[in-house]
Design a protein around this ligand. Structure first.
Ligand code: MN
Length: 305
């Protein structure tokens, strides 16, 4: 029989949860996450065990967030603006402030982006996308979608999948300039995002169900709602996908101020089971220069305009 006193004590102590207690709980939750994930038979179960960090990140993204990171006052406003930018229109220059703040353009060959100029959002036609393979501290794929004149960006640790039964974690990162779409090269060690960047795929995408709205207006609305249904017209990534914002914020590897999303293939003619076809292992060279990661590292600074 369980001792009653013990139960009471546990309850009352958990009520008075201080910040440090919250932290401790969160790190404990993280440690147990991978085990739980296997037990609950979550998506992509065949691959879950392969990459511990990603799976634990995925876990915290799909489960209801147990703990919110204590918001630092310095990052509070950034969080706010990142969230707000979804619902109201800001200029590309405003949206790119975080991107520019994080980089020293005297040291990196990445484009600085339109500083104060009005490279306005395209009102008609198809919107551009790029997926960049990025060998930074940890290998990942950066998915960028043109919305409101900037590239809304997500770091996808495992890259896209053509399998509708696989949900891929996509951690939102800062908006990038449209010029970034043609960046391929190596960011110097020690700089933000240091490592080699390959243009893994690039092309246009359309928003499904745009109706009377322009493509950009539809993309803007769906992005704000946290559920984007898009069709990729790439060389490698093709067909219909959903990008769905979760309620959790990214922890352990992602930007804690940005929400986590899931990238999911819809069932259509371009869908293929992972067992037969793995997009990222199928294509390992640049979609524009045909270079390998090693080739980019050795030969060259930047591909582009
Ligand atoms: Mn990246």
């Amino acid at each position: 029989m369980p001792a009653r006193k013990t139960t009471t004590r546990t309850k009352s102590s958990s009520k008075s949860s201080s910040t440090s207690r919250t932290k401790a709980r969160s790190s404990a939750a993280q440690k147990t996450a991978p085990r739980k994930s296997a037990a609950s038979g979550s998506v992509a179960s065949t691959k879950v065990a392969r990459k511990r960090p990603a799976s634990s990140a995925y876990k915290s993204a799909t489960k209801k967030p147990v703990v919110k990171l204590p918001a630092k006052s310095a990052t509070k406003s950034a969080t706010k603006s990142a969230t707000k930018s979804a619902s109201k229109s800001t200029t590309p220059a405003e949206q790119l402030r975080e991107y520019q703040r994080k980089r020293d353009f005297t040291k990196t060959a990445e484009p600085a982006g339109a500083r104060g100029s009005k490279s306005a959002a395209r009102k008609v036609g198809e919107l551009r996308f790029v997926i960049q393979k990025h060998e930074a501290t940890r290998l990942h794929y950066d998915l960028r979608l043109e919305i409101d004149g900037v590239m809304k960006s997500w770091a996808v640790p495992k890259g896209p999948s053509a399998d509708p039964s696989v949900k891929r974690l996509a951690m939102q990162v800062e908006d990038h300039p449209v010029e970034y779409n043609s960046f391929e090269g190596t960011i110097p060690k020690g700089e933000y995002g240091g490592g080699t960047v390959m243009i893994w795929d690039t092309g246009t995408y359309t928003v499904e169900g745009a109706g009377d709205r322009s493509q950009n207006a539809a993309a803007h609305d769906e992005y704000a709602k946290g559920e984007l249904k898009v069709r990729f017209h790439g060389k490698r990534i093709r067909g219909s996908y959903a990008l769905v914002r979760t309620k959790g914020q990214m922890r352990g590897g992602g930007d804690p101020d940005k929400p986590a999303w899931l990238l999911i293939k819809h069932r259509d003619d371009d869908a293929r089971p992972e067992a037969d076809f793995d997009l990222t292992s199928e294509y390992t060279t640049s979609a524009v220069t045909r270079r390998t990661m090693e080739g980019i590292r050795e030969r060259g600074p930047v591909y582009g305009e």
